[in-house]
Design a protein around this ligand. Structure first.
Ligand SMILES: Nc1ncnc2c1ncn2[C@@H]1O[C@H](COP(=O)(O)OP(=O)(O)OP(=O)(O)O)[C@@H](O)[C@H]1O
Length: 417
């Protein structure tokens, strides 16, 4: 009996027990048993803010590929924190360093790998690279995002920024001394660019391949399906950039998306609307970003005469989503579900401007009624009719009241900087 309960305790605490020669026991933790395809488990160290204790806690987050189940293990206390269960809506691609997984309303930020197997597997499938839409192609950002998503990449960071001459010089310093260096610096600093982190299988090489030859004219002749053939102009104005090695990818990602230590030094200016600009706020909700339709929405917004005065991808904390949606609290029955939708993954915030002074009203009409079913009846060409699924997953948030437009734009582009 004692022996049985000993084995049971070991199993419950994450160990497999393998009898050897009928006597000895060989114990290995569950997460290291990754050889069998059936029980592949990826293990991460996640950080969770425990509001009761008022401290951050590290928990081991295990993801079982076969049934998409998760489990939380407390390494300090050496016991299961949350028993394995199937987590709806979660995919293998959601597990990477920096992402936040929401489990029963707990926000767990993945901060490290818990073992080498996980590190190797995730790194193989989730290589990061840097991509940039250059000034000549920012007006085609929707088409380029669609091209990227249709090619199987995931966009995990994105923002519209403006480099000054000094920053452009540093970014392209490897070309210092070449005949085109000065012109290149001027061109890159001549207008906004859209910086992105792309994630995918062998993404550095694959993204370079999709870009095509440097000269867009050559690209049109030699690789007509390439991005530069489709969206570039010439040798210099060639629509987009891609890192050419692992080293460059790390350097360039750190340059545009600096880690906490470097944030103050880099100071690359996010493009924000001027105080005097009439703008309204638009959020492309996480379910749309996840479904790969972000590019289509951007195309639609631009084609309908609106202008993107600011753009950034962001992951909201629960408290931030609650603050942003506070005016709906107690008014709209779906308030809690709306908060959950906003924090369920990255969203894209936009400041929209347009022709004339009716941008707020015109954009609201273009977005359509809150309920996509009503939108399909009344305004079949509106964004919510085309991209919404239900009242909560309705594709887009836009500012309701004219007097709130500045507040909402500032919330995303000043307060949450
Ligand atoms: N001969 C040239 N004349 C003008 N501009 C050029 C010339 N060659 C390159 N450029 C510009 O400098 C950029 C960097 O040149 P590089 O040789 O690294 O090309 P690339 O690796 O294809 O492009 P990128 O580094 O932007 O991804 C080019 O993308 C282009 O914008």
């Amino acid at each position: 009996m004692v022996a049985m309960s000993f084995y049971t305790t070991l199993l419950k605490n994450g160990f497999w027990i393998i009898p050897i020669a009928g006597v000895l026991l060989f114990l290995i933790p569950h997460e290291y048993n990754n050889n069998s395809e059936d029980e592949i488990c990826f293990s991460f160290i996640s950080q969770w803010y425990d509001t009761v204790a008022g401290t951050f806690r590290n928990l081991q987050l295990n993801f079982y590929r076969k049934d998409k189940s998760v489990e939380l293990y407390d390494n300090q206390a050496k016991k299961i924190f949350l028993k394995r269960f199937h987590l709806q809506g979660i995919e293998e691609r959601d597990f990477y360093i920096g992402n936040t997984i929401v489990i029963l309303s707990r926000h767990l930020k993945i901060i490290d790998y818990a073992n080498d197997f996980t590190k190797q597997e995730v790194n193989k499938r989730r290589q990061r690279t840097f991509a940039m839409v250059k000034p000549d192609a920012v007006s085609k950002v929707g088409e380029i995002v669609t091209f990227i998503q249709d090619s199987g990449f995931e966009i995990t960071q994105m923002k519209m920024v403006k480099l000054d001459q000094e920053q452009a010089k540093i970014f392209y310093e490897e070309h210092l001394g070449r005949s085109f260096y000065r012109d290149l610096v001027e061109y890159i600093a001549s207008g906004p660019v859209v910086a992105m982190e792309l994630v995918g299988n062998d993404s550095i090489a694959n993204w370079r391949k999709l870009l095509g030859p440097t000269d867009s004219e050559v690209a049109r002749l030699e690789v007509p399906d390439s991005l530069r053939a489709k969206f570039g102009t010439n040798n210099q104005k060639n629509a987009a950039h891609g890192s050419d090695s692992t080293f460059s990818a790390l350097r360039e990602l750190e340059f545009f998306f600096p880690s906490e230590d470097n944030k103050k030094q880099q100071n690359i200016r996010l493009v924000t609307p001027k105080e005097s600009d009439l703008t309204t706020c638009c959020l492309i909700k996480p379910h749309v970003v996840r479904s790969g339709k972000l590019g289509n929405i951007l195309i639609s917004i631009i084609k309908n005469g609106f202008h993107l005065s600011a753009l950034k991808m962001i992951r909201l904390e629960k408290s931030q989503a609650e603050e942003f949606l506070e005016i709906y609290k107690g008014v709209v029955p779906e308030y809690q579900k709306m908060v959950q939708q906003l924090i369920s993954g990255p969203l894209v915030a936009l400041a929209i401007s347009g022709i004339g002074d009716l941008v707020h009203e015109n954009f609201r009409k273009f977005v359509g009624p809150q309920d996509p079913d009503v939108a399909k009846e009344l305004r079949p060409h509106s964004l919510r009719a085309l991209f919404g699924e239900d009242k909560v997953r309705n594709g887009i948030h836009c500012t309701d009241l004219l007097e709130d437009t500045h507040l909402e734009v500032d919330f995303f582009f000043k307060i949450l900087q």
